[in-house]
Design a protein around this ligand. Sequence first.
Ligand code: PGA
Length: 252
Amino acid sequence: MRTPIVAGNWKMNKTVEEARSLVLSMSLKLREIGGVEKVLCPPFPALLAVSAMLQGTGIGLGAQNMHWEEKGAYTGEVAPAMVAEFCQFVIIGHSERRAYFGETDEMVNKKVHAALAHGLTPIVCVGETEDEYASNRTGEVVRRQISRGLADADPAKAATLIVAYEPIWAIGTGRASSGENANAVLADHIRPALADLFGEDTSQAIRIQYGGSVTGANADEFFSQPEIDGALVGGASLKKDDFIAIVQAAAK
Ligand code: PGA
């Protein structure tokens, strides 16, 4: 019922020239794969060039962050309208933003509101640290991130939201969660927290991705789980064969 969605988070990698060649190397293959939504999230400077290349391909474009204010004296920040000029998606509250740039659930919430107001689809990241995982606090942490991060989001637009469950200990470590473990976090905590906010029907419509060391080799394990509707992919999204394999696995 929910169309899977695979997004590549390139993080702080690829100059404009490098971005062009990566897109060129995989866009033909990617556009041929049906039954799955595909999104590329390059760094800000490459958005203009990549958006031109993706015209008419059906491949979506996302930014990796944005500010919530409309405009003004926020040196170094990028406004929602600037993102919406090129993108359909925006990643919000990635754990690296939370850990290195002090993003809080309250900031995530303002960004979610701004994204929805500008017609952008937010990909909202949640996930526990290694310590929280070890002390069995995963459920409590992701429920808090969902309830605060998505508080008061427009119920008419809530079904379009995307949530990415990314255990921090699995990001960039090569130590992915298991399909079963990730599915249980979605089933026991994330979807119920979404239902508390938006009701059961809307919670069933919201797509939830898994992220954290997803590769072409382990993608099937995640996508065969009933609650997992795709992936947010970091490292492997920079390797064309791996990313294509992940998108193919989601299409099955
Ligand atoms: P990874 O990153 O796939 O390199 O683990 C995922 C992410 O941070 O979104």
